[in-house]
Design a protein around this ligand. Structure first.
Ligand SMILES: [Cu+2]
Length: 442
């Protein structure tokens, strides 16, 4: 079982431990004649999802529940293990596999739709059904072509917020690079970037600073590009004009207002340039700075509209009146912080800079198991220690809006990062903060 399957289970329930009992056989191996076939259940899926048997006939199956909540294994003819507790395994059940194969599901409400459906087929025939590919990250995903096993592994994006730039005048080279990028395991898009990364580099300055951005569009690129800093006050038809491949342009601005700001390419169609990766975060601290904390994280939520392996984002999909992104992601890659949790000290003060780059979907940013005692959203402040003891559970961000939130973790453990628009959690908008060793029980 991959670690992310185990970790994603914390969204649904606390970890239940198996107290003794019989040893549980291994799951997922090829069927051994005469031996029962073992299927592992977790939140939310089975391993394996597709099983081949050598010939039609009667086979025995065992369900091993490796998840954190109850599951069952129910075949199309109604044969079922009944409910199996976390950590337990079923008795073998006898199932007649016909020549055309059969299917199985978990009959607990919502689990089949979440990805717990699979199939058994007979050697020499095709699969009886296409297994639901969704599901080991908090719910069903978008309907996508099969992942490319040859796709390069994604490059994890460091979630640590960068340090404040020193001095008061900053010369920054911002180089546009058009390049392939693995945006989810097995899926590569031809993205357009600031600085070769999505999101672009986070720029952190303070009120009163002067920022001189040298935008460069190398001759190796194929398209015109531009940049629009929301933290600046300049004319649209001055600094923000597009430059062709081989050109560069100076964009000078002063940081007049504190906040978490978006920057993005504004070249027509700007929707396409943003949907294809051209955005980033600017943090402007007050002139006196921000109080020190124990950990600082920077997260940019955005959408990907997949249009085929190696292609740019689909403009028509992105432009839909009710857009349905294939992935909603933090820092460019689906589920990367579920695979690689962000470590923080237990009980320490954690500050998160969060930006919704869109291009079109709102964020309801939430960290499971925590309360934001400080929120600075678009200049509106909820301050820790306020009269009345008010707190916040989620921060609502429309595209282009940003916020600073602060929280503390109450104990060692895992604290999932989500947009609480939960239809997108299964599409990649899931990460984990790990406090201490991540285990609340040791
Ligand atoms: Cu562009």
């Amino acid at each position: 079982m991959r670690p992310n399957r185990r970790l994603a289970g914390v969204l649904l329930a606390t970890i239940a431990l198996l107290g003794g009992g019989a040893p549980i056989p291994a799951a997922g191996a090829d069927p051994v004649p005469g031996e029962p076939i073992v299927i592992s259940a977790f939140e939310l899926g089975y391993a394996p999802l597709a099983i081949e048997v050598p010939a039609p006939g009667s086979y025995r199956f065992i369900l091993r529940n490796d998840g954190a909540v109850i599951h069952d294994l129910t075949f199309a003819d109604g044969t079922t293990t009944g409910t199996i507790e976390p950590g337990a395994a079923s008795s073998p059940i006898e199932v007649l596999i016909p020549a055309e194969g059969t299917t199985f599901i978990c009959s607990i409400p919502g689990h089949r739709e979440g990805g717990m459906s699979g199939e058994v087929h007979v050697a020499g025939t095709g699969p009886a059904a296409t297994p639901n590919p969704g599901g080991d990250h908090g719910g069903p995903g978008a309907v996508l072509p099969d992942p490319d096993p040859a796709a390069p592994a994604y490059l994890p994006f460091d979630a640590a917020a960068p340090a404040l730039l020193t001095g008061t005048v900053h010369e920054i080279d911002l180089i546009v690079e058009e390049k392939p990028m693995t945006v989810a395991a097995g899926y590569v898009m031809d993205v357009w970037t600031f600085g070769g990364q999505v999101p672009g580099p986070t720029i952190r300055v303070k009120v009163g600073d002067t920022i001189r951005v040298h935008l460069k569009n190398p001759a190796t690129n194929s398209l015109p590009h531009s940049v629009d800093f929301h933290a600046s006050q300049v004319a649209w038809n001055d600094e923000m004009t597009s430059i062709s491949p081989g050109e560069e342009k100076l964009y000078t601005w002063t940081a007049d207002y504190a906040g978490v700001w978006m920057y993005h390419c504004g070249t027509a169609p700007a929707l396409h340039h943003i949907a294809n990766g051209m955005f980033g975060m600017v943090i402007v601290e007050p002139a006196e700075g921000l109080p020190p904390v124990d950990a600082e994280i920077a997260l940019v939520q955005s959408e990907w509209y997949f249009d085929g392996q190696g292609k740019p984002a689909g403009l028509l999909d992105a432009a839909a009146a009710a857009p349905a992104p294939d992935w909603v992601v933090f820092n460019g890659v689906a589920n990367q912080y579920a695979d690689h949790p962000i470590a923080v000290p237990t009980g320490g003060r954690v500050r998160i800079f969060i930006l919704d780059a869109g291009p079109s979907i709102d964020s309801s940013f939430h960290v499971v198991g925590t309360i934001f005692d400080t929120v600075i959203k678009e200049g509106v402040v909820l301050a820790r220690g306020n009269t009345g003891g008010w707190g916040a559970q989620a921060v609502d961000l429309s595209p282009a809006q940003g916020a600073i939130v602060e929280l503390t973790t109450s104990e060692d453990g895992l604290y999932p990062i989500v947009t609480h628009a939960f239809n997108f959690v299964g599409r990649g908008a899931l990460g984990l903060i790990q406090a201490g060793d991540g285990d609340p029980l040791d």
